[in-house]
Ligand binder design. Structure first.
Ligand code: DQA
Length: 146
């Protein structure tokens, strides 16, 4: 089982970026914790972070033959990116959208997502723990689709 874990713009600053909203864990804390859980569950996890939309779209397309599912925090591109949505649709894999914060309690521009309509599900508001929930949900989705 091969799963992509993709982080969008500014998430490389986790731990220092508005910790009252996004928590104190760094991106490496989140990635290494998820890698550990993934290996315990015999899942191959590939992690990726980039600040540019094109690099994220390319990474998704480049993994069309490797990945079985995609967990993505598109960050600000959630609210703007047709290109990332199209890349996800193109590879035709189950997608889980995740946000650390509860975007629905925040500014109105964060309440529209280009990604949600093509996602199997959306997790938001649980901080870093949301990634554990997303991985668990993706494993379940892939096990039942076998
Ligand atoms: C975010 C929410 C987005 O609105 C914001 O642009 C981010 C992070 C989150 O994880 O809560 O960069 O995706």
């Amino acid at each position: 089982m091969n799963i992509l874990l993709i982080h969008g713009p500014n998430l490389q600053l986790l731990g220092r970026r508005q910790p009252e909203i996004y928590g104190s864990q760094t991106l490496e804390d989140i990635n290494s914790h998820l890698r550990e859980i993934a290996s315990q569950r015999s899942v191959d996890l590939k992690t990726f972070q980039d600040n540019s939309e094109g690099a994220i779209a390319s990474f998704i397309g480049d993994n069309i033959d490797w990945a079985d599912g995609v967990i993505i925090n598109p960050a600000a591109y959630t609210h703007t990116s047709v290109a990332i949505r199209d890349a996800l649709s193109a590879v035709n894999l189950p997608v889980i959208e995740i946000h650390l914060s509860n975007v629905h309690t925040r500014e109105s521009f964060r309440q529209h997502s280009y990604i949600s309509p093509i996602a199997v599900g959306v997790i938001c508001g649980f901080g870093a723990h949301g990634y554990d929930l997303a991985l668990d949900a993706m494993i379940q989705i892939l096990q039942t689709s076998d």
